[in-house]
Write a protein of this length. Structure first.
Length: 157
């Protein structure tokens, strides 16, 4: 029994350890590299008024990129380990079927969500009045029809 385990560890165990080591290295190095890249780009952009806003944006983007990088890295690790254990060949058809099914559900949901949003906008347009008064710094006027998606007629007061 011990000989079989030692043989398996000699054949596959070290490869799995190398996969985990390389994945951890890539994730940490990638997070550092992308964090510096994001920091440099945000610091040199003129979009933020003060250092606090820049720091908040950098922290938010670093966290987002780190989460995405972590998810992709661990997904790749799982696939590589399953491949090393010769399990991937058994579940590959199931993964392909799940991918196709999720693609079909995604296309169906796209139309459904578009219809729901359009319905909400129609109800909101009906519930708003047809004549509204608006005031902007250089313009004062009355709209004959106000929709959420457009403002077609403007008459100066």
């Amino acid at each position: 029994m011990w000989e079989a385990f030692a043989s398996w560890m000699g054949d596959h165990g070290w490869r799995i350890l190398v996969i985990f080591f390389i994945a951890n290295f890539i994730r940490k190095f990638g997070a550092i590299f992308v964090g510096r890249l994001i920091g440099r780009n945000v610091e040199h952009s003129g979009r933020f008024e003060n250092q606090r806003d820049r720091t908040l944006r950098i922290d938010t983007l670093k966290g987002l990129v780190d989460s995405i990088l972590k998810a992709f890295t661990w997904f790749a690790v799982v696939l590589l380990v399953l491949s090393e254990l010769n399990v991937l060949s058994f579940i590959a058809p199931l993964l392909a079927g799940a991918g196709i099914l999720s693609l079909l559900v995604g296309f169906g949901m796209q139309t459904f969500v578009k219809d729901v949003i359009s319905g909400v906008l129609v109800v909101a347009e009906i519930s708003t009045g047809l004549v509204t008064l608006f005031q902007q710094p250089q313009l004062l006027g009355v709209t004959l029809k106000a929709w959420l998606r457009e403002l077609p007629y403007v008459l100066p007061c």
